[in-house]
Design a protein around this ligand. Sequence first.
Ligand code: BES
Ligand code: ZN
Ligand code: ZN
Length: 509
Amino acid sequence: MKCFRPHGVNGDTMELTVSANENINGTLILPLFEGSENVPEKCQNGMSSSMKNQINRVLSSGDFKAKKKTTMTLYGGEDGKAILVGLGNSDDCTIHDYRNAGATVTAAIKKSHGNEMTVRFDGAGISHMAAFAEGMMLRDYSYDEYKKNDDEEETEVSIRINCSEKEEEELVGQVNTLKGICKGVHLSRDLGNCPPNDMYPEVFADMARDWAKDFDNVDVTIINYDEAIKAGMGGLVAAGKGSSRKPCMVIFEMNKDVKGKCPVLVGKGITFDTGGISLKPGANMDEMKYDMGGSATVFGTMEALAQTGYEGKVVGITCMAENMPAANATRPGDVIKGLSGKTIEILNTDAEGRLVLSDGLWKAAEYNPEYIIDFATLTGACVVALGHEATGLWSNNDEFRTRIHEAGNAVGELAWPMPLLPAFEKEMTDSKIADTRNLGAGRWGGANTAAAFLKQFVPNYDYDKDGEQIMWAHMDIAGTFWGAKSNLMVKNGATGVHVRTIYHLIANS
Ligand code: BES
Ligand code: ZN
Ligand code: ZN
């Protein structure tokens, strides 16, 4: 199981601390606003005059304008080095600009900057400093598990955020929480980046079980292939039966003894999507290793919550399968029945994500949900609609959809409202021989018809057939879980998107 990286050693090289100690140790990192002509008064403590003069010169000459997402390194000989980083205009500088600036610095750090650094702010608020630290930590990730490493051990870089004594305790607390959340994001990326020969349903399940051993308050239950067949999980079985790596469902329960309703997160976990008998074209098929991004989001969110000591109840359900063509694979034309008892006419075996989710969503109602959110790299159509800039967001409750949209905005992860129209539901339920069909009538609006299909499998509270449908949202992360070039928080590969959104939604509201 080569891809598993235990806590603390996953792809990062940075050790970040906070202190009010006024020394400048190692390289100085100095975030600056546009228009700064001198080193800000507050940042001058302990700075050699030659360093100060040098910085003042590049600022007053306009050689460094402190525009957003820019850096400049100054090499000051014996007086050390400095990395200047732009925050843009002070009037409209937001917490997102601080996070971006932190990530920009991490991207700019080279071996020549040494292994010790001190960050000094000019009167930033505590949460702004924390956001800068968050950006630094999020961007501090690379997936190099499969590269021969000729270098000796990776050097650890220690970064110290310098603040006032008054701010220290609060900032330490915020940064520690963000460290835990970043671990969740990095775990999600690890899962997504792991090649599909080493990441298949059983491996994911083993990882979840091993991971849970570290936490007294998390239980992981695995429903294996035989059990899934017995339980009637026809959707999960149909998507995965053509592979020698058999499907399974992995259920995470955090703080299960806490009474009352809880969030239930459901993830699409297709560890490789060939399309099945409706085989995909060859170009870029390798990218379909990311088709388990939804399950990575769920696992990563569990890690973030566990690392930060979250005390509420949360359940995660990940639906793991590999979609392969084979003599025993599901065919277009097959009609299957899943947990819900509704039948599905399979018209295209490449629309497999919705099959596994139909069982995951139905299962969710067993856990007394306050709400259900599913995450899935579900449709190419969503990428057509929103590019790599925003996740598609659907819900059966407008207020809930707005809450998720706002949670995303708060952490800089865009989730864009999309329509769940009755016409799309009609389209997905007008099969001639079954209750539902897994393909729309035409190709238009494919992300919306997929969402409308999922809605057919969201149960009512307590499975009460005369009751109210559980509050539910669907997030199509096909474009945002990877390939997001404008996402400064990540260099390449899996992004780990929405671990932070959902952490924020659950823990801060
Ligand atoms: N995993 C794909 C969706 C996808 C496509 C994710 C591109 C990321 C990038 C999904 O299983 C799929 O193949 N969907 C089909 C649905 C169609 C057959 C209705 C699609 O999007 O073409
Ligand atoms: Zn597919
Ligand atoms: Zn897929």
